[in-house]
Design a protein around this ligand. Structure first.
Ligand code: HEC
Ligand code: HEC
Length: 433
């Protein structure tokens, strides 16, 4: 059985509460044989030595911010503009679009308020549990909602009773997130009280021969590099195969790729050039800017910290120094991205706050605990989103906060105990993000 590589790619070990004592597990089922072979060569122990922690104090400067289509300096403006065009390009069947896909361009889902922002587009994921074990839907847990032919549009099967939406996330400022050293995320984890401590998922960097890194992108922190995510998105969102993901997705388990009447283009449909353009564009975006900082916003900021929201929604993180090798040595942190302070309001770690969608990283018993963990949603650019949480089903901030139980239960109770004036200030603060 062939499945979505997005699932197979989520490889893995789960960081435990101390050091890098981790459990490495290999995708056993459901991945293409090629990909499976790759995973068998994955040696997670390389993480510990790979990247050191950034010093939070050594003269780091604020990262540039703005929703303004201007490069952060990682590449020059002309290159930024042309890479942005690739991110915005509407693909056709002749370019390799489909046979199953979710949208025709990256921008279709990442656009608000400029190219690279989030959007209201949500995707469908599904599977089912039998005898306590999770099984992906026949074509993988991602159910593509469009196809190039009416006969092959994917559908959630009646038996797939575990169902969720995953809403599109923001990628503005993602280059800074990528430039955060593993050690920095692990030390954030280690500083969290035991009852609220996050999980650092270690994932392979596909372009680095699957060397390990702490995941940080996507609702499940399922990728650690932008190039890996871009390659994954190109095949899974748009159906465009590429050197890192050379095999087409199925339609509900049925092969519909090159050689069938559904797909006229041989693999790989992109030679890797588009993936590089996507990655460079994302790396060059500025971080989201803040709205006006009023006295009320400042009061709310203090309350946010005081009641413990900031344990998970971490306000300030420094990137690694320029010159640091990341992504398994395939990327050197540049001067534009290095030693910068960002305010993502996330720890990029996984938590179980009782809102989980029931879909584990991999459909194996070992990963049962990841089924209900979700990455702390970065709150930067919150004011640009009106559908909240991974499923986009919370339409107000208050509703989103109500869904915080589990590891966030104590903090939610402290929120509930605030006076209405304090709540108003907290909301003003959130509205400024
Ligand atoms: C159909 C909508 C859709 C399209 C098209 C799409 N994405 Fe996404 N993108 C999403 C969703 C939904 C998520 C969150 C997915 C998840 O974690 O399950 C996401 C997450 C991401 C992330 C992780 C950001 C973060 O930290 O959460 C990156 C990077 C990304 N997409 C890049 C791309 C690129 C590059 C393209 C074009 C090749 C693309 N996306 C096309 C919907 C889309
Ligand atoms: C234990 C960690 C933790 C704590 C503490 C916490 N959160 Fe969250 N928060 C999360 C996670 C995880 C999500 C994503 C959950 C999901 O999508 O299902 C989230 C999501 C959110 C969202 C939705 C954002 C979006 O873009 O969809 C808001 C708003 C939010 N939190 C605000 C708060 C506030 C305010 C507090 C303090 C009262 C708080 N959180 C405390 C972990 C935490």
């Amino acid at each position: 059985m062939r499945t979505k590589k997005k699932d197979a790619a989520i490889v893995t070990l789960i960081g435990l509460s101390f050091g890098l004592a981790t459990v490495g597990l290999i995708a056993q089922s459901q991945s293409s044989s090629k990909f499976q072979q790759r995973m068998q060569n994955f040696h997670p122990s390389t993480v510990a030595n790979a990247e050191s922690s950034a010093s939070l104090t050594s003269g780091a400067a604020e990262a540039p911010t703005g929703f303004d289509n201007v490069t952060n300096g990682f590449i020059d403006q002309a290159t930024f503009d042309s890479d942005k065009t690739v991110f915005e390009k509407v693909e056709t069947i002749q370019d390799g679009l489909g046979p199953t896909y979710n949208a025709q361009s990256c921008r279709e889902c990442h656009q608000n308020v400029v190219t690279g922002g989030a959007s209201q587009v949500a995707e469908q994921r599904a599977g089912h549990v039998a005898s306590g074990v999770f099984y992906n839907s026949l074509g993988g847990s991602l159910i593509e909602s469009r196809a190039t032919n009416p006969e092959i549009v994917e559908h959630t099967a009646a038996q797939d009773e575990v169902r969720t939406f995953r809403i599109s996330t923001n990628i503005l400022g993602a280059g800074f997130v990528e430039a955060v050293a593993d050690g920095t995320l692990l030390s954030i984890r280690d500083s969290q009280p035991a009852a609220m401590r996050g999980t650092a998922l270690v994932v392979p960097i596909l372009e680095a021969n699957d060397q390990s890194r702490v995941g940080r992108f996507g609702w499940k922190s399922q990728h650690g590099s932008l190039q890996s995510f871009a390659a994954d998105a190109y095949v899974n969102e748009m159906g465009i195969t590429n050197p890192l993901f050379p095999e087409e997705n199925t339609s509900g388990g049925r092969y519909v790729g090159y050689g069938t009447s559904y797909d006229p283009v041989p693999e790989p449909e992109d030679n890797g050039g588009d993936i590089t353009a996507f990655s460079d564009f994302m790396r060059a975006t500025k971080a989201p800017s803040r709205g006006p900082i009023t006295p009320d916003v400042q009061t709310g900021d203090a309350i946010f910290n005081k009641i413990g929201c900031s344990v998970c929604h971490v306000s300030s993180i420094a990137t690694a120094k320029a010159g640091t090798k990341i992504n398994g040595g395939t990327l050197t942190v540049s001067a534009a991205l290095g030693n910068k302070i960002i305010h993502p309001y996330s720890d990029f770690l996984l938590h179980n706050i009782g809102s989980g969608d029931g879909i584990p990283f991999l459909p194996t018993a070992e990963f049962a605990s990841t089924a209900n963990q979700i990455r702390t949603a970065p709150l930067w650019a919150l004011r640009t989103r009106n559908r909240l949480m991974h499923d986009g089903l919370s339409l107000t901030k208050e509703d989103a906060i109500k869904r915080h139980t589990g590891q966030a239960d104590t903090v939610r109770q402290r929120f509930n105990a605030l006076t209405s004036a304090q709540k108003t200030s907290l909301m003003a603060f959130l509205d400024s993000l």
